[in-house]
Design a protein around this ligand. Sequence first.
Ligand SMILES: [Zn+2]
Ligand SMILES: [Zn+2]
Ligand SMILES: [Zn+2]
Length: 135
Amino acid sequence: MSIEQELTAKKINPTAMRILVFKFLKKQKGAVSLADIEASFEQSDRVTIYRTVKTFENKGLLHSITTNNVTQYALCAQECDEEHHHDTHLHFVCRNCKKTICLTQVSIPKIEVPIGFQLDDIDVVAKGVCKECKS
Ligand SMILES: [Zn+2]
Ligand SMILES: [Zn+2]
Ligand SMILES: [Zn+2]
């Protein structure tokens, strides 16, 4: 699938800016923050980048991970769409390279909260040393 087709498959209109940001995200080994994206697109205006990221998140292309009050974004699984995200996997933060990595093969068990509580989000982050830093 081409970049354009991948975006279209998620119901995202493939504008030039979106294609560039998507290409950048695909190249990353870990999650990136808005500041990381902005740093790579210095010539683009920050509002456009922010909107692009928000669109990707809403359409099921990106999911956010918040650790220590910093929000980072990583690409979603194929199954994610506008209605539902299925990114219930563990996130691993490497204390050496500081990368946040999606461990898509490690799923987080479904957590039930007592009646009367509304669960919006669960932050489970594993910390340690990643494969690349370990070897
Ligand atoms: Zn998702
Ligand atoms: Zn590492
Ligand atoms: Zn993830």
